[in-house]
Design a protein around this ligand. Structure first.
Ligand SMILES: [Zn+2]
Ligand SMILES: [Zn+2]
Length: 344
């Protein structure tokens, strides 16, 4: 089969290769991939600037949906022909405190699909049966390929338990993650303000269509003044920081209300220095989130099934797997929202 392989360390070093079709071992499921989304971390793998362990050469891609084509001995979680998606934390120690308490996203021994194990930018991929989530009839394959990033968003927004229906929520960064967080916050009934830069003009327009109560281009408008007006001079109740921008993080600390709640979803490229006194003076509750756990996936599936989150509209580009470079370039140039590849 054709697969997109990161074959050695260093920037680039990625190409389509012909590799043998994989076969499922005991407890494993072979999935024919229908769609696989390009994620920011795929670009980091390409550029070789990611901290997550890689086992090279490896087939990349971890956000996907597909059909069960073969099952190994003892598989009971799905059957041939099932429409499925899969979690990406393929292996973890099972013995540490985090694993034992269902927080396997935080296990030091976590090994991930598309980084350590051959991933989904290929005709077939293999996952353990307990990572499978069945797609309800109502969820299409293209939506199914976006459940992984949505699960990361529901982990940040729902599993952390920091949002209430009456909250005013600020989301910084209107990329795919920010636009998903916007929809989840609206599903809670919150008032949502979302900010971006000149790069994000189209994304901010799109955010408006998805129900944002207010959009802010921080390069054209005064975010301090707008937040003052929108929050009766109190600041926002909750911040979801989805941009990874150090300057956004610093500004957010000013815009958040006393006893407000803050969650960092975006990874930053540089160190951010903050005045920790603000945490005291404001009694802030600051959290972060990494990846997803079982409940995040089930919540993500429910939100899409019940029309609370629209994933389909976030897909702006589709390419055959062979045109992966075009998709990666569009992503790197910050065009579009979500780009998916289709293995043939
Ligand atoms: Zn991803
Ligand atoms: Zn563990």
């Amino acid at each position: 089969m054709q697969a997109l392989v990161k074959y050695s360390k260093g920037p680039g070093n990625m190409e389509i290769r012909e590799i043998p079709d994989p076969n499922p071992g005991p407890g494993e499921v072979k999935i024919e991939v229908k769609f696989a989304g390009i994620c920011g971390s795929d670009i980091h793998i390409y550029q070789d600037n990611i901290a997550i362990p890689l086992n090279l050469p490896v087939v990349t891609g971890h956000e996907f949906s597909g059909v069960v084509k073969a099952i190994g001995e003892g598989v009971t979680s799905c059957k041939l022909g099932d429409r499925v998606t899969s979690e990406t934390a393929i292996d973890y120690c099972g013995q540490c405190f985090n694993c034992k308490t269902g927080r396997y996203n935080l296990c030091n021994g976590r090994k991930t699909l598309g980084y350590w194990y051959n991933g989904a930018f290929a005709k077939f991929t293999i996952v353990p049966q307990d990572k499978i989530h069945l797609l309800p009839k109502k969820i299409s394959f293209i939506e199914g390929a976006l459940l992984e990033p949505l699960a990361c968003v529901t982990h940040a927004t729902m599993d952390q338990g920091i949002m209430n229906p009456t909250d005013i929520v600020l989301i910084t960064g209107p990329g795919a993650i920010g636009l998903m967080a916007l929809q989840v916050a609206k599903a809670y009934g919150a008032k949502v303000i979302i900010s971006g830069t000149d790069y994000d003009i189209d994304r901010l327009k799109f955010a408006k269509k998805l129900g944002a109560d207010r959009v802010i281009n921080i390069q054209k408008e005064d975010i301090y003044q707008i937040i003052k007006e929108e929050t009766y001079n109190c600041g926002v109740d909750v911040v979801f920081e989805c941009s990874g921008s150090s300057s956004a993080i610093k500004v957010n600390m000013d815009l958040i209300k006393k006893r407000g709640k803050y969650n960092q979803i975006g990874l930053t490229e540089e160190m951010t220095s903050l005045d920790f006194n603000q945490f005291c003076y404001k009694e802030l509750k600051v959290t972060g989130s990494l990846g997803s756990i079982w409940t995040s996936w089930e919540n993500a599936i429910s939100l899409v099934k019940n029309d609370k989150v629209n994933l389909k509209c976030l897909v702006t580009h589709q390419f055959p797997l062979s045109s992966w470079k075009e998709g990666f370039d569009i992503f790197e140039n910050k065009q579009g929202i979500k780009i998916v590849l289709k293995p043939v």
